[in-house]
Write a protein that binds this ligand. Structure first.
Ligand code: TNX
Length: 563
């Protein structure tokens, strides 16, 4: 039960003020103060329970033990106290930034050797807690909230869960009056797979840094930990490479449909990487080779098989371009480009593409891939590539990203037997550029239509024949952008399917169930609406009838949700 607030005259200036010149004994409050305390206590006792249930979390946690007698309301004077560790304190600062706009509360952050909630929120780094590299425990009771984890990453995920347990108004960018109630009980949680990601194709259409940061926020909310950036393709080269300046000088000026294109400077890229890192997300840069390279060939015809510059390409066909696998200059180019990208990228992965190089066949293709894999290893990075890399020789740690639409793939299964691990991105479940339904205004349908249920109803652990669960590193939802031209377009395709893929990557299989997921997901509609985020009102989801639309919203943005 809620406890009656204890009375502390030192905390109440009215209680300490002498009445009629006679100082009151320290622990005998005046009648008005007593009345106020009684009023507060009565309000607590009569208060409705927290509107959210402890089970209302996406992705579904491993274990949830609700205790409705332990609901707690965040008070205006709450303090966030974290273990005295820079990474834990950074998570505490992040939590404060998430909660301050809507609550308007100051939420100061402090540190302590043994943080205790004391009517606030404690983030406790406990290396002896048996919660794994990304797990956490969340305890909510009438004393406050405690998040415990063995790592700052675990604390970060506990914070994301905490955020979902507050009312949807917490997403408001400006202060709103609300009762910031949290449901009591304990959640113990850890992910099923270590790799949970999404890909953004910034090559077909270029997206400003701010848009990428917004995508990172969506990933973080659902405990995804990798952002794969498809940085280069026929239609544009998007990352500055000092040793080959025309890649962006010439190759970045185009995009699908004839728009102006664009590219990230090294400072832009570093900003994306650090914004992601602050959200415990690793950036996976992709330089697609040997195909999907028309923009590079326009800039440097010496890389082309016939040494003639092709015209810039702004269409949507694939498979026609390639760098010359027989020319040593090509490998200088690859070593320079991958070297500069590796130097900019703190994460362990370098994605080398490898898809749809239709004109580089057989041993020429595998020879090219093996040489490129060695360059990546020489840079101290681990190779990731589309599953077309499978026939090439194995190299320690190599990861294949499988995007097939049929779970029978003997070539990939064989590469797994030789040591490859897999990221699963089945085209007919995880491709976020597929339309939801025939009337989806943007997107493709070559891998089929993907409604929310189709995105959700598959098991990464058993999806590919003859591939054991242990070989599956995780899942990734790719968003190709041939038809995507704005952040609103990105969000329309991402939400609500990204949470479905996130749940497959995070939640234990025993939690899997469409009707439960559908209901938990529905509760996110009001959150997105409140935050001004576009999403697809998928008809199979029971969205609450009247999503909370914050009064402060800019009227120009009022119509960002689709019907
Ligand atoms: C196939 S999937 C591609 C991309 C396209 C996408 C469109 C893959 C590795 N390659 O080049 O953008 O289809 O859905």
């Amino acid at each position: 039960m809620s406890t009656i607030p204890s009375f502390d005259p030192a905390a109440d200036p009215a209680a300490a003020t002498p009445t009629a010149g006679v100082p009151l004994p320290a622990r005998e409050p005046d009648a008005a103060t007593l009345a106020r305390a009684a009023e507060r206590a009565a309000a607590e006792l009569l208060a409705p329970p927290a509107p959210q249930r402890l089970t209302d979390v996406v992705p579904a946690p491993q274990q949830v033990q609700p205790d409705p007698t332990e609901d707690w309301v965040l008070p205006a004077e709450a303090v966030i106290v974290a273990s005295a560790d820079p990474a834990a304190l950074a998570v505490a600062a992040h939590l404060a930034e998430l909660l301050r706009p809507a609550t308007g509360y100051p939420l100061p952050v402090t540190d302590a050797t043994a943080p205790d909630p004391a009517d606030g929120i404690a983030l406790v780094l406990d290396e002896t807690a048996d919660l794994g590299a990304e797990g956490y425990r969340l305890d909510i009771n009438t004393n406050g909230v405690r998040v415990t984890a063995g790592t700052a990453t675990g604390l970060f995920y506990g914070v994301q869960t905490l955020r979902q347990l507050l009312p949807p108004a917490i997403e408001s960018p400006a202060p709103v009056t609300a009762r910031w109630a949290l449901p009591g009980g304990t959640i113990t949680d850890a992910p099923r797979f270590p790799y949970r990601g999404a890909m953004l194709d910034v090559a077909r259409h270029f997206f400003a840094v701010e848009d990428v940061l917004k995508v990172i926020e969506h990933l973080a909310r659902y405990k995804l930990n990798h952002l794969h950036l498809h940085l280069t393709d026929d239609q544009g080269w998007r990352i500055a490479i000092d040793s080959w300046p025309k890649l962006t000088g010439v190759g970045a000026t185009t995009e699908v449909g004839g728009g102006p294109g664009g590219h990230y400077t090294k400072a832009d890229y570093r900003r994306i990487v650090s914004y992601a890192a602050a959200r415990h997300i690793t950036v996976v840069p992709e330089i697609d080779l040997p195909g999907h390279t028309n923009s590079a060939l326009v800039a440097y015809p010496e890389l082309a098989p016939d040494k003639i510059a092709p015209p810039p390409y702004t269409g949507t066909e694939v498979g026609f371009s390639y760098v010359d696998p027989a020319d040593e200059r090509t490998y200088d180019f690859i070593a320079d480009v991958l070297g500069e990208v590796a130097a900019l990228t703190p994460g362990p992965w370098l994605h080398i593409g490898g898809d749809e190089a239709f004109k580089v066949k057989g041993e020429v293709y595998t020879g090219f891939v093996e040489r490129t894999q060695r360059i990546v290893a020489g840079l101290g990075k681990t190779v990731v590539g589309w599953h077309q890399l499978a026939p090439a020789g194995h190299l320690d740690g190599r990861v294949l990203q499988w995007w097939g639409t049929n779970g029978e793939d003997p070539t990939t299964a064989d590469a797994v037997r030789r040591g490859a691990r897999l990221i699963l991105s089945p085209g007919n479940h995880a491709y976020l550029d597929m339309k939801y339904a025939p009337d989806t205004p943007i997107g493709h349908d070559w891998a089929g239509l993907i409604d929310v249920r189709k995105a959700y109803d598959w098991d990464p652990g058993t999806h590919l024949t003859d591939v054991p669960t242990e070989a599956v590193l995780g899942v990734e939802a790719p968003l190709w952008t041939e038809s995507v031209t704005s952040l609103a377009d990105i969000e329309l395709l991402l939400l609500p399917r990204l949470p479905a893929i996130a749940e497959l990557g995070w939640s234990p299989r025993h939690t899997h169930g469409w009707s439960g997921f559908r209901d938990r997901l529905a509760a996110h509609g009001p959150r997105w609406a409140t935050a001004g985020t576009t999403f697809h009102r998928a008809p199979e989801i029971p969205w609450p009838a009247t999503p909370t639309i914050p009064e402060q919203r800019d009227p120009d943005q009022a119509d960002t949700t689709t019907s």
